[in-house]
Design a protein around this ligand. Sequence first.
Ligand code: ATP
Length: 479
Amino acid sequence: MADKIDWAKYLEEQTSLISKNVANLEVTPAAAGDDPPANEQNEATNGDNGDDPVNPADVSLLQKIIRKGLVENANDVEIQRQDPNSPLYSVKTFEALHLKPNLLKGIYSMGFNAPSKIQETALPTLLADPPQNLIAQSQSGTGKTAAFVLAMLSRLDSQFNFPQVLCLSPTYELAIQTAEVATRMAQFCPEIEIKLAVRGEEMPRGAKISEHIIIGTPGKVLDWGLKFRSFDLSKIKVFVLDEADVMISQQGHQDQCIRIHKCLASTCQMMFFSATYGQDVMEFAEVIVPRPIIIRLKREEESLDNIEQYYVKCKDQQAKYEALTNIYGSISVGQAIIFCHTRRTANWLAEKMAKHGHSVAVLNGDLTVEQRIAVLDRFREGLEKVLITTNVLSRGIDVEQVTIVVNFDLPIDMQGKADCETYLHRIGRTGRFGKNGIAINLIDSPESMAICKAIEKHFNRKIRFLNAEDSDEIEKIGA
Ligand SMILES: Nc1ncnc2c1ncn2[C@@H]1O[C@H](COP(=O)(O)OP(=O)(O)OP(=O)(O)O)[C@@H](O)[C@H]1O
């Protein structure tokens, strides 16, 4: 059993490290924008003597200074992308990144002609020499996975047969998807080897991993890295945390990620990616990632403009089902994902839709991981047009042809309030990579209407009324 983590101590250690980094950087007040108050500046520089332990009470103050003095300003994407000397200088072509030719060939063979906005901004940072740490946020489907996979593949040295790159994902499905992207991108680089570290994959006791890249879930990685010593975490050069916000905010994941993080060398390059970051999560990330470059979308840019959002009023669950079949009958849908709050509703709906002649699949936590992958594979191949699921699938899963996301039930948090982050992740399953998508929210009570309004207000984007009994109106949205 691993030792229990002393959080306060860990944060303290990390903060002390950062305070030294702050002192080592030349940040002029002009570059830093808002001048921090004099006492805050003193605190930041005083951290350099290395003798004074940092008082835990100062942690949040220090975080504030770091954000004020370095992060917010030094990393303003829009200001700095034009400056070739800036760490945020952006590239307009993949050639400008001077990648290995076979990697470039892999990218083109995937149909990527030019980098997306997050790629053009993040890749120069990710590939910079010396390596830079990055915390990046960009909306769903904008090419984050492709960005960090490319960085992972570029950074390793295939002459050394041990893991140098570690990528953690929150779920089995996402880890597999990321490994698939990496395998496709590296298709002309046979020397690069990738190892999946997920449930079901086993390592003989005492055996060492020789692959260059490990992509997996935190539990398995911990087992292999710490318990069985199948690889040496201190030799990892690149550490990627995908869906960083769940990895940091969910207790189980957080503990495991931190245990892994603790074993990494101080020179290891860290890349944190997510479509959303809560404020607490961002603060935590800024403490554990030394001197990060931060690329964040402005709040108002966060909502997905290429996705038309609608709501439909229904009197009860049965009426929701009828609305759904009306919509489905009136527009030609590529593929659809329908989100339900509970497994029970998901199963109920799937049964009804199947009886009605629809080819549906259900993906929920009742299934084994293998079954989940099989369901997703069939859906990706287009064998089923409708996938009914719970929040299990709200994040990261990439199926290009999904044109409609239906919230059969709106996402709510433990307090029953609107869960805007989950909403954003859910509707982000459509409108992938700038394509158009439709999100439809089924409303059956004043409470769910209030949640819909709260989501609308949060993102400041109109969620329009749709009359599900008027097939002419429905046809128009599908046009
Ligand atoms: N430069 C590019 N040109 C064309 N297509 C791209 C490019 N980069 C990524 N894509 C495609 O766009 C889709 C979305 O990319 P990706 O899965 O990397 O997004 P993401 O930001 O990681 O999404 P999420 O937040 O949902 O995990 C994928 O199908 C991917 O193959």
